[in-house]
Design a protein around this ligand. Structure first.
Ligand code: GUN
Length: 282
């Protein structure tokens, strides 16, 4: 089975749209997301445009604050401070990566946790670690929703995550653990990666190498979630998984494009609405 993140995300966005129309009747204003983009990274430009489209589709407010690469750290921190204090703003997202001269950690720390729709602030990370209610990073959250959509029960399953980033690998490990999976986080220094991956009932590929995982890494009947967004030798979009080589071996797999990507954006919309409710005391 090919898990269409695209189709599932449309279904969820339609539910969110419905929810927003109810919000319109009940509250004096709509949820609002502000995205800050510094510099001219091409991939970031595309992601930010898709985020804006997502907001338009479900009917929430959005604003993109674009700055050229010379925008200073102090100016960025000031802008975040203003947004923290703006009651009409529910979600603040600073698109990564940032230019070299800006300290990412300082910037992420500056966003008030209640508006941190990326779930990257240390307070939200700590809550996720402790299993407390928090804003959860969008890509890991999207993966959990996909597994729910295919009625996959993680309890007792072997999950192998390849990649240990703060954005994907580490948070998705915690979420799988919460669902009672047995979790392994593998990475560039892991010995005999093929053997480790071949144990996985669920393989999560998040290393950013085009078509790295072929059939030798995949157990018969495994579920494969491909987080990679790369270009292959023909400049065509592809994942970290060699889709054609593993597709007949797996029980389910997410394609690239149209798998995890659209879910990430949809979870950002969901987090913005959650932040809105929370900020309104609901
Ligand atoms: N760049 C790549 N992925 C992400 C993400 O999830 N959030 C932000 N803010 N930037 C990113």
């Amino acid at each position: 089975m090919i898990i269409s993140g695209k189709e599932i995300s449309v279904k969820i966005k339609d539910q969110l749209k419905e929810e927003v129309s109810k919000i319109k009747e009940t509250y004096p204003r709509l949820p609002k997301l502000v995205v800050i983009l510094v510099g001219d990274n091409q991939a970031s430009q595309t992601y930010v445009r898709n985020k804006e489209r997502g907001c338009q589709y479900i009917g929430i407010e959005s604003e993109i604050l674009r700055h050229d690469a010379s925008f200073s750290e102090i100016e960025l921190l000031q802008e975040i401070n203003d947004l923290n204090n703006d009651d009409t703003v529910d979600g603040i997202l600073v698109q990564l990566p940032l230019p070299q001269h800006i300290n990412e950690e300082k910037v992420l720390d500056a966003i008030v946790p209640s508006k941190d729709v990326d779930g990257f602030h240390p307070e939200n990370v700590a809550k996720l670690f402790l299993g407390q209610h928090s804003l959860v990073p969008c890509t890991p959250k999207g993966m959990m929703v996909l597994l729910e959509e295919i009625n996959y029960d993680l309890a007792g399953k072997e999950v192998v995550i390849v990649g240990r980033s703060n954005i994907v690998g580490k948070p998705v490990a915690l979420l799988c653990l919460q669902k009672n999976a047995t979790v392994t986080i593998a990475h560039s220094q892991t010995k005999d990666l093929k053997a480790v991956c071949s144990r996985a009932d669920v393989l999560i590929a998040a290393i950013g190498k085009p078509k790295f995982f072929n059939h030798e890494y995949v157990k018969d009947g495994a579920v494969v979630l491909d987080v990679g967004i790369n270009r292959d030798e023909n400049n065509k979009l592809c994942g970290d998984v060699d889709f054609d080589d593993v597709k007949d071996k797996v029980s389910a797999i997410t394609p690239v494009p149209g798998g995890i990507g659209p879910m990430t954006i949809t979870m950002l919309m969901k987090n913005t609405i959650e932040a809105f409710y929370h900020r309104n005391g609901d």
